[in-house]
Design a protein around this ligand. Structure first.
Ligand code: S3P
Length: 433
């Protein structure tokens, strides 16, 4: 449980400077998981040391994995192979992390021992049927609260068969859970999804030597192929960069350079959206790090215009939609976000949270069943709002305040440690820059 810290953010006149955002959360989770399942040593640099990824690291330590941190920016994991994990002697606490819980379900469902996963008050409310159902169809024995749909989850692992699964939602967590289960058993497992969700698991599993193939509409893995330890360099998280992208665009007279940001096309929807709105974002020095594309992003304040956002764009920008709604409040005209019902089952209901908070600050914003409609251009006022314990809501509200007319008190802000340690300090640094 976080302390209920609060922060008062003041509007600012221009953001300047060069910043490096912390490592990508999705890639960091996977680096810890796949290094643990691999044979031999892996060295990971650039890992996000946010609370979510520390939950994953702690989970693997409790499964018998040795991990040492010889330097500030280095984690060495001694992998034990696909069959090397040990039965944990206590329940595994996934904290606030949906990625930890859902991917661990896929891993543990195939391990020949008993384990229990739980999480904080937010995670225990989130839907787990989406991974329990396909894994059960593969023969997994998973029991959960609320008719097998919520954590705590008890897993009696082992004896899975391969599967062909058509996921009704574009979810990388569901796709990854099924692939991770399939990878540990006999035969070939295939997952199809309605739109392409982030493909970090596919890229990194291949990088570790898995026999895995991506194709339009899904991915397929052959079971019982051992992974081999690797050197992994984690790029900066585009989801964290997004707060500074939007801040740099909406605050007049700003120029920001964000170094070393992951621009994987399954994640870079926020760049496309903001560019379509008229944002000046240049991609410089494009290169590749451990199988992931990376660039430096140069941002200059811009006149933004409202657009329509939906369809395949949604999974490519799902975690950035709260801060996109902030950009929309500062844009000229109407922005509509549709097909984004998934926002309602994130760390909090992000549609309700952003509509309530931006509405309190004077924005014209209306919730839709599967998104929101924002009429931009109303000057935001000061006031008091709450993050609802959700890290991305807290940071989106901080960005909104930078361009508002008066200071805003944001309640419940310690949650930013989930994905972005050092966020508030970085914000102060660029506001002074
Ligand atoms: C993630 C996938 C997404 C995303 C989450 C991280 C991942 O969730 O919202 O923050 O690392 O696989 P869904 O799979 O539920 O869409």
């Amino acid at each position: 449980m976080h302390k209920l810290e609060s922060r008062t953010v003041v509007p600012t006149k221009g953001l300047h400077g060069e910043i490096v955002v912390p490592g990508d959360k999705s890639i960091s989770h996977r680096a810890i998981m796949f290094a643990s399942l691999a044979q031999g040593k892996s060295r990971i640099r650039g890992l996000l040391r946010g609370e979510d990824c520390l939950s994953t690291l702690q989970a693997f330590r409790s499964l018998g994995i040795e991990a040492i941190e010889p330097a500030d920016d280095e984690l060495i994991i001694q992998g034990r192979g696909l069959a090397g994990l040990q039965e944990p002697t206590d329940i595994i606490d996934c904290g606030n992390s949906g990625t930890t819980m859902r991917l661990m379900c896929g891993i543990l469902a195939a391990q020949p021992f008993f384990s229990i996963l739980t999480g904080d008050e937010y995670l225990r409310k989130r839907p787990m049927g989406r991974v329990i159902n396909p894994l059960s169809a593969m023969g997994a024995k998973i029991l959960g609260r609320d008719d097998n749909s919520k954590a705590p989850l008890a897993i009696d692992g082992g004896g899975l068969k391969s599967a062909e699964y058509y996921s009704p939602i574009a979810s990388a967590q569901v796709k990854s859970a099924v692939l991770l289960a399939g990878m540990q058993g006999d035969g070939t497992t295939t997952v199809y999804e309605p739109h392409l969700s982030r493909d970090h698991s596919e890229r990194m599993l291949r990088y570790f030597g898995a026999d895995l193939e991506s194709f339009p509409g899904g991915a397929r893995v052959n079971g019982r192929v051992e992974l081999t330890g690797q050197e992994v360099v984690v790029p900066g998280d585009i989801s964290s960069a997004a707060f500074f992208l939007v801040a740099g665009l909406i605050v007049p007279d700003s120029v920001l350079l964000l170094r070393n940001v992951g621009i994987n096309p399954t994640r870079s929807g926020v760049i496309d959206i903001l560019q379509q709105m008229g944002g000046s974002i240049e991609l410089l020095n494009q290169r590749e790090l451990s199988g992931e594309p990376v660039a430096d992003l140069l941002i200059k304040s811009s006149h933004l215009c409202g657009i329509e956002i939906g369809g395949e764009m949604i999974p490519r920008a799902i975690d950035e939609l709260p801060v996109v709604s902030v950009a929309a409040a500062f844009a000229e005209g109407v922005t509509t976000i549709r097909d984004a019902k998934e926002l309602r089952v994130k760390e909090t209901d992000r549609i309700a949270a952003m509509c309530e908070c931006l509405g309190t600050l004077g924005a014209e914003i209306e919730p839709l069943n599967d998104g929101m409609r924002i009429v931009g251009g109303k000057r935001l006022t000061g006031g008091q709002v709450s993050s609802f314990g959700d890290h991305r809501i807290a940071m989106s509200l901080a960005v909104a305040t930078l361009g508002a007319a008066a200071e805003v008190k944001i309640l419940d802000t310690a949650c930013t440690e989930t994905s972005f340690p050092g966020f508030w300090e970085l914000l102060i640094q660029v506001a002074k820059g």
